[in-house]
Write a protein that binds this ligand. Structure first.
Ligand SMILES: [Zn+2]
Length: 150
């Protein structure tokens, strides 16, 4: 257990206070810098998001991050954690944590205005029936104003 090289396995999940945005890891390979963030919505081992809700948030955030007007082109990936307590965000460059937090809050406020989930169909998604926009909005409403840097 002590010998793990996995950053998130080294994190003491009893010591964090969700919701938060944390820099999980900085990597550099062949001169390319990458920063991984831990965006945690739920307090670990106390609560978790339902799959339909986390899936809906993932789709909408993908749409927001890739928006041609206000998106973030440095983003590589935004993916749910397997424990369903939050998301990982992987970005080119050592993207500023405070700037990302403000963008995430903006996107989450936009999420509250969606009437339907983008790409929620058989062609564009691998499990389109497992989506819950109503529950996604309830979760986002709870965290959006309390998200802080950690
Ligand atoms: Zn999907």
């Amino acid at each position: 257990m002590d010998k793990t090289n996995v950053e998130s396995f080294k994190l003491d999940h009893t010591k964090v206070k969700a919701p938060y945005l944390r820099i999980a890891k900085d990597l550099e390979y062949n001169g390319v810098k990458v920063r991984k963030f831990d965006l945690r919505f739920c307090q670990p081992n106390k609560e978790a998001m339902e799959t339909g809700a986390i899936h809906a948030i993932e789709h909408i955030m993908a749409e927001e991050f890739n928006n041609s007007e206000y998106g973030i082109k440095e983003i590589i990936d935004f993916s749910p954690m397997g424990c369903r307590t939050g998301f990982y965000i992987i970005m080119f460059t050592e993207f500023d944590q405070k700037e990302l937090l403000e963008k995430i809050k903006f996107y989450l406020n936009n999420l509250l205005k969606y009437d339907e989930i983008p790409a929620a169909n058989e062609i564009q998604c691998g499990n389109y029936k497992d989506m819950d926009l109503k529950r996604a909005k309830e979760i986002v409403k709870k965290v959006v104003n309390n998200l802080e840097l950690f």
